[in-house]
Write a protein that binds this ligand. Structure first.
Ligand SMILES: Cc1cc2nc3c(=O)[nH]c(=O)nc-3n(C[C@H](O)[C@H](O)[C@H](O)COP(=O)(O)OP(=O)(O)OC[C@H]3O[C@@H](n4cnc5c(N)ncnc54)[C@H](O)[C@@H]3O)c2cc1C
Length: 388
């Protein structure tokens, strides 16, 4: 049994989240996974309980909780065997609106996002032609009077079919006409219904796990100028400011996954008897589980450290990235140990391990891949030459 921290300030939140998740046991997630279906009932329950509005200030109808509290919520969801990826972005995408939107935009949207009346959980950044090189995106928003006309394509825009709004990053000045390549990018709040009626097409992408991800095509889609967030051309900075929160929260999810796998592994290793003794008596079984546990605990400290830097308004770019990388590696180590511990049963659907194994793999690639984190650390923390 992984012991709870007796000094955990979020113990009550964790208990409450665990109770909510218990209403959605493993067969529910198996069915969602098998059918690649969106877990609407689960997302509604989380919304009604206010968890997805954790980071929205009370003045706008949210819970006004800290990033650490939001991290505890997501960690607990994953620890319960659920899949928070279906809705985690509803927590943090609104951060760009909160930090950089006008008072009128915040008053219009945040209370509706907090109540769940509007879902803002689609984030259109990645494009097929640019990949990780975000400043090379080519989706273009051209200003024409009181609106912008958007043309281009996004890929891997998750939950787009389950969002009322999308935060879209588009070029408003071509890359070859800006001084800095990070200039000339802008962020828009796109009303999905309006856009679907006016030139936007969403195509689902089936993936190895149930993730409701899509590709999106924009063909002369009109977006009202009043939906521009902040200043035109400054969108890259706005997106970056939200990414630290995203990384810390996803790292917390990985910690939850690691705890789920480790609990499964130890339970099974204690109970399964082969050659007349529990398999957990063999060090060959114990050590990978123990090593993954140690990795998880170290990553957990980095998640807490990054969250506390974020909350005190200090720069946490390196720590948020390290937290995400270390936690994703820890959850993968725990997943690998869990499959190995279960032998053949690790592959059986009814044990849920193969599902969680597929889900856990994503976080070494998205929302940022490990290589890019390492090159960020090499260049920005260690002062090594820029590699790309
Ligand atoms: C299921 C899923 C959901 C996603 N959801 C969203 C979403 O909601 N919104 C969104 O905008 N995006 C989303 N993404 C996209 C995700 O953020 C990207 O897949 C990720 O950032 C990697 O980009 P890429 O796939 O274009 O890989 P590429 O940039 O093509 O890179 C491919 C590989 O090359 C490596 N590489 C590239 N350049 C370098 C370099 N200079 N040095 C070393 N290695 C390098 C990368 O690390 C990677 O391993 C999602 C992706 C997936 C798979």
């Amino acid at each position: 049994m992984i012991k709870a921290d007796p000094d955990d300030p979020f113990a009550e939140i964790r208990d409450a989240v665990a109770r909510l998740c218990a209403q959605f046991p493993a067969p529910y997630w198996r069915q969602m996974d098998r059918e690649q279906a969106y877990p609407t009932a689960f997302v509604q329950a989380l919304t009604q309980a206010g968890y997805l509005a954790a980071l929205i200030p009370e003045a706008y109808g949210g819970a006004g909780l800290s990033l650490s509290a939001a991290a505890a919520i997501l960690e607990e969801i994953q620890r319960a065997g659920a899949n928070g990826a279906a809705c985690h972005a509803q927590m943090y995408i609104m951060g760009s609106l909160l930090r950089h939107g006008s008072e009128a935009q915040k008053a219009q949207y945040l209370p509706l996002i907090a109540s769940g009346a509007l879902r803002l959980q689609a984030f259109g950044v990645t494009e097929p032609g640019s990949g990780t090189d975000t400043t090379s995106i080519t989706t273009f928003a051209e200003k024409r009077g009181d609106h912008y006309v958007v043309n281009g394509q996004k890929v891997w825009t998750s939950r787009a079919e389950h969002s009322d709004l999308m935060l879209l990053l588009a070029r408003t000045t071509p890359k070859d006409k800006v001084v800095k390549r990070t200039d000339g990018l802008s962020v828009f709040l796109v009303d999905m219904k309006q856009a679907l009626a006016g030139g936007m097409t969403i195509r689902p992408i089936r993936t190895m796990m149930n993730h409701s991800t899509t590709e999106i095509f924009f063909d002369n889609v009109c977006v009202p100028a009043e939906n521009l967030i902040g200043e035109e051309g400054k969108g890259f900075c706005y997106i970056l400011s939200g990414m630290n929160a995203e990384r810390i929260l996803i790292a917390a999810e990985c910690i939850g996954d690691a705890k789920w796998f480790t609990q499964k592994s130890t339970d099974y290793a204690n109970e399964r008897r082969v050659f007349g003794r529990p398999i957990g008596q063999n060090q060959g079984i114990q050590f990978p589980i123990a090593r993954a546990y140690a990795q998880m605990r170290a990553a957990e400290l980095m998640v807490k450290h990054a969250a506390s830097l974020f909350e005190s308004g200090r720069d946490c770019g390196a720590e948020a990235n390290m937290a995400k990388m270390l936690a994703a590696e820890a959850s993968w180590a725990a997943a690998e140990a869990c499959v190995q511990t279960h032998g053949g049963f690790g592959f059986a659907e009814e044990y849920d391990i193969e599902r969680k194994f597929r889900e856990a793999r994503l976080y070494q690639v998205a929302p940022i891949s490990t290589n890019l984190i390492l090159s960020h650390l090499a260049e920005h923390v260690l002062g090594l030459p820029r590699s790309y």
